[in-house]
Design a protein around this ligand. Structure first.
Ligand code: SF4
Ligand code: SF4
Length: 501
């Protein structure tokens, strides 16, 4: 039976008047695109292997290479776009489930871009953040509704543990295994120096990173990889992962090829075995079951750590969040359908879940109506791309945001969307020593620090423009937002007025 051929998605254009045959592109490409032909004495390209990671483009000393979208495509139309046709051919060739990485790329509305931020003009003057104090610190966790003092003025109310962040942005869960040791080291160091948190994901915590514990969120996922008492006590907070925006309703899968050496030891599973986390937690089938796990984790850590429950943004998210708030969780993390991943079935990534903007607004509204908003903090994630997304998320009700793809881009990711292959040419989503060494953790650390510091300055500028001097005063302040090009229903769910109103 003949296998149907798909035109390569990308074309390697090599300017032979510039190419000096130095061979750097061949050395840089883990996908084996470039090969020196000893007969013709020239570099040649196998374009079927190119993922457009741009590594060769960046490293070619004579700028001889361009990677361009291949114009030779199977005849398509708006009902049968080329990607859809190619997917059918791939499945007809292989009979397999299609796998992808990073977030949903479909051209659905990005609500952040349809929301505009207010600024003070005549009354309620703006604040100059360079000259006046501006508070971007946030405390995440369950806040007491009243505080009692004894006759000497000492607080007698038992206060719940809180996470203190210097700014309302944390690094979201990315496991050691899905990303490299060096990428984890850069995240841990940057979180520590900035005064925020990074998140282990479901891969356990490498012993070298225990020293960053006060800036670490340790995750407990359905596979329970790497979870033990010392791990739970090592972090500043524990996150129960019920769902992930890129793949709601299904578990995780890290291929055996990535379960090597330290990754296998940290996860407490044998080398070469696939790490498959089941779709559900096999001990959670109700809010009461979730409550048991929340309190087991609190008990195991002497009630000193806030518990986060992370869920994917799905239908009825407001009711789900209400249940989670009543389970004893201190923080709810909502992950929208554009959230990234190291590997997810393409069909799930692109069709399941809802935008975090709508989910966040619905959850904040519901918890306020039920009078339980102060019992939990809300964290929004799933494609937070810049400081204005953060400001809009906070005004829609988030206490803080999670970022991951933005952090990877800061470290060098070129969004080639092939993390699932384990051959990341930028040394991030790989465990191959010759590739991981390409990411210098110190440089990654500096670049992450720069990113967060610049976002913090921009957040202060936008808050100052609104005449607001603290994240707490901005949280849930939807009067500061207006919609543009949105339907009545969308405005109603977001709880904001249209621009001009
Ligand atoms: S890196 Fe550039 S100059 Fe060197 S062989 Fe490749 S295309 Fe030619
Ligand atoms: S992390 Fe690496 S493999 Fe994944 S999208 Fe970025 S550059 Fe590509």
């Amino acid at each position: 039976m003949s296998i149907e051929f798909i035109n390569p998605e990308f074309e390697v254009v090599r300017d032979m008047t510039r190419c000096t045959n130095c061979g750097l592109c061949e050395k840089q490409c883990a996908n084996g695109v470039h090969k020196f032909n000893s007969v013709t004495k020239k570099l040649e390209s196998d374009e079927t292997k190119c993922v457009n990671c741009q590594r060769c483009v960046a490293f070619c000393p004579t700028r001889a290479i361009k990677i361009v979208k291949n114009p030779c495509r199977i005849s398509d139309n708006s009902n049968w776009p080329n990607d859809t046709v190619n997917e059918i051919i791939k499945q007809a060739n292989s009979s397999g489930v299609l796998l992808s990485s990073m977030g949903n790329p479909k051209p659905n509305p990005v609500y952040w871009d349809k929301i505009l931020i207010n600024a003070s003009q005549v009354t309620n003057p703006s604040i100059d953040p360079l000259r006046e104090p501006m508070e971007t610190r946030v405390f995440l966790g369950s806040k007491s509704s009243s505080i009692k003092y004894d006759e000497n003025g000492n607080i007698i109310t038992k206060l719940n543990p809180l996470l203190e962040l210097s700014m309302p942005v944390m690094f979201s869960a990315m496991s050691y295994g899905s990303i490299s040791y060096n990428a984890h080291a850069a995240l841990a160091m940057a979180a520590t120096d900035i005064g925020t948190m990074y998140n282990t994901g479901e891969g356990g915590l490498h012993e070298d990173f225990y020293k960053y514990g006060s800036n670490t969120i340790v995750q407990v996922a359905s596979g329970r990889f790497g979870v033990h008492e010392a791990y739970l006590n090592a972090g500043a907070a524990i996150e129960i992962k019920m769902g992930q925006g890129a793949k709601p309703g299904i578990g995780g899968h890290l291929p055996g090829a990535k379960i090597v050496g330290d990754v296998s030891r940290t996860r407490m599973i044998p080398e070469g075995y696939d790490a498959i986390s089941p779709a559900p937690h096999h001990d959670i089938y109700s809010i009461e079951d979730l409550r048991q796990l929340v309190y087991s984790l609190k008990e195991a850590t002497d009630y000193k750590k806030p518990i986060i429950v992370k869920v994917a943004a799905v239908h009825n998210i407001a009711a789900i969040a209400s249940g989670i708030a009543r389970s004893g969780a201190d923080i709810i993390a909502i992950d929208g359908y554009r959230g990234g991943t190291g590997a997810a079935p393409t069909r799930i990534r692109d069709n399941v879940g809802i935008p975090v903007e709508l989910a966040l607004a619905a959850v904040d509204q519901r918890l306020r109506e039920e009078g339980i908003r102060n019992t939990v903090s809300l964290v929004a994630g799933g494609s937070i791309r810049n400081a204005s997304d953060v400001v809009k998320a906070v005004a829609l009700g988030a206490d803080a945001c999670y970022i991951a793809t933005s952090a990877l881009i800061a470290m060098g990711c070129h969004l080639c969307r092939s993390c699932q292959t384990g051959k990341c040419n930028w040394g991030i989503a790989t465990q191959r020593p010759e590739l991981t060494s390409r990411l210098d953790p110190q440089i990654g650390h500096t670049r992450l620090m720069n990113l967060l510091l610049s976002w913090n300055s921009e957040i202060k500028e936008m808050m100052g423009g609104m005449g607001i001097n603290s994240i707490e005063a901005l949280c849930g302040n939807r009067l500061m937002l207006r919609g543009i090009g949105l339907t009545e229903k969308e405005l109603q769910i977001l709880g904001i007025s249209h621009a001009g109103e």
